[in-house]
Design a binder for this molecule. Structure first.
Ligand SMILES: [Zn+2]
Length: 495
């Protein structure tokens, strides 16, 4: 779903107070740099490329720009550290306890660099390590001998060491002397690991035991409405799970099961985890689709939260319950209708007087926002947040509700951070304001059925969508929806 979210930096305020000498980067110099890079365009192909000199020049430009990217990464690291120090010093002046200083710095770095909050925190950690503990690696970045990714590898491989050991490893590797010329990622990792192990074998061993605390299960989309369910496990457990599934397949295959080994293992994984053969019973799978797709065979794709866009035909087949050959299709799939406004694709919902978002409203917000609403954050929604807080007079409504991940919800509560509902767009907009006075806007992703801009003559909506224009018809449709709610899909199809 990345890329659906429209975000933009819509303004910037004055830099924060407490700016040190390194912090004030003249904006005009950066703009000059951007302009001169943009002026580097290859001439008309075919005319200028006749001689070897022009060809060589193109390669020289590529290398020069690569060096520039590394130098820029180095400058960004220095600026990041200066920003962190400036915010901490300002907070110290205000009497903020040391343990609470620097909160939200990673989130601000993330927004400025158009990255997710998690990556923003990693970039902050990388910058601090480079500037404070790894001067040789930083110098290599500055001169283009390492790019940002390879500098990251050196920082990662020495992360388990104490500051002085890391300094020593940095000195031993001496990345700024050209030792890594021509070295690939693996060679750099190997060199860093060997140096770290020589310096402090015990830390490296402890790091292996710490790795087990990072076990997790994740889901990401694969092509053709498939998905990768990935588990990061301690090696013994991973081998045990794989062996158990293999053994199961080995007992069924000789008994005449025609499925492939891989198919049996996968089916067993689903069955043993969810408790049912098809894996869907008792677990809500929330398909967001238009009524045209469901009832009229329309080709407008649907959205499956946690996965992304699925083809219309696949969505209908799944609702019919026979999407998996070999199973009886007795899936308890329930139909819940979410209405979308005819043109904008904004969800039409009801408001509530409750202090917490009631279940129905949460479903609407989940369907509208799909993932965390912070710009560049694709994390799953964990909190349903009042954009304008309750104590600030914010209502419990669809418009004032936002789906956020846990980390972003905590960041939003920090001093200096505010949010409000934006205006002037068809879809739901949230405007975030950071402590430096920068504004970032987040527009809800388009729902299935959202009209692409400037296509089709007006007034050509199917009747059921056109009916949504009038309030009375909308009431009628809601009544219709109530009748549909909790009806078995199979019964629906018979009707
Ligand atoms: Zn988030």
């Amino acid at each position: 779903m990345a890329g659906n979210r429209e975000t933009q930096l819509i303004g910037s305020g004055a830099p924060s107070r407490g700016a040190g000498p390194d912090f004030a980067v003249p904006r005009v110099r950066v703009q000059d740099l951007i302009d001169s890079v943009n002026s580097l365009r290859p001439g008309t192909l075919g005319t200028e490329l006749a001689g070897g000199t022009e060809l060589a020049d193109l390669i020289n430009q590529l290398r020069g720009l690569e060096d520039l990217k590394s130098a820029i990464a180095c400058a960004q690291a220095r600026i990041t550290v200066a920003f962190d120090a400036a915010q901490r010093s300002a907070e110290s002046d205000l009497g903020v306890p040391v343990a609470e200083q620097g909160r939200g710095v990673g989130a601000q770095i993330a927004l400025a660099r158009r990255e997710s909050p998690a990556r923003g925190s990693r970039l902050l950690g990388l910058a601090k390590a480079l500037v404070a503990e790894m001067p040789h690696t930083l110098a290599a970045l500055d001169t283009g001998q390492l790019n940002e990714w390879r500098a990251t590898l050196l920082v990662k491989e020495t992360a388990c060491l104490a500051a002085e050991d890391r300094c020593a490893v940095d000195e031993e590797l001496a990345a700024d002397t050209g030792v890594f010329d021509g070295a690939g990622d693996k060679a750099i990792i190997t060199a860093a690991r060997a140096a770290a192990y020589r310096r402090d074998p015990r830390s490296v061993t402890q790091r292996a035991s710490h790795a087990a605390t990072e076990r997790h299960v994740s889901l990401r989309p694969a092509p053709d409405t498939m998905t990768y369910l990935t588990a990061l496990l301690p090696v013994a457990q991973g081998v045990a799970v794989h062996a158990a599934l293999s053994r199961h397949a080995d007992t069924l295959r000789p008994a005449g099961d025609t499925r492939s080994r891989g198919q049996i293992m996968t089916d067993a994984l689903v069955e043993r985890t969810t408790g049912t053969p098809a894996g869907i019973c008792g677990v809500e799978v929330q398909l967001v689709m238009t009524d045209r797709t469901l009832f009229q065979g329309d080709s407008e794709p649907a959205r499956l939260p946690g996965y992304g866009i699925v083809p219309a035909g696949w969505a209908r087949t799944m609702l019919a319950g026979n999407h998996q050959a070999g199973h009886d299709g007795d899936l308890k799939l329930w139909l819940r209708r979410l209405f979308t406004a005819p043109r904008s694709g904004e969800l039409v919902g009801i408001d509530s007087r409750a202090r917490f978002f009631p279940a129905g409203l949460r479903r609407f917000i989940q369907a509208r926002d799909d993932t965390c609403r912070t710009p560049y954050c694709d994390a799953p929604i964990r909190h349903f947040d009042h954009i304008v807080p309750r104590h600030g007079g914010g209502p419990t409504s669809l418009s004032n509700g936002a789906g956020l991940c846990e980390a972003c919800n905590h960041t939003k509560e920090l001093p200096g951070w505010t949010a409000r509902t934006g205006t002037g767009r068809a879809r739901h907009v949230i405007e975030f304001r950071t402590p430096t006075g920068h504004h970032y806007a987040s527009t809800a992703p388009p729902l299935p059925g959202t009209e692409p801009p400037r296509t089709g003559p007006p007034g050509t909506d199917p009747p059921i969508i056109a009916a949504l224009h009038s309030r009375r018809s909308r009431r009628k449709l809601r009544h219709y929806v109530k009748a549909l709610k909790f009806a078995r899909v199979t019964e629906l199809q018979a009707a």
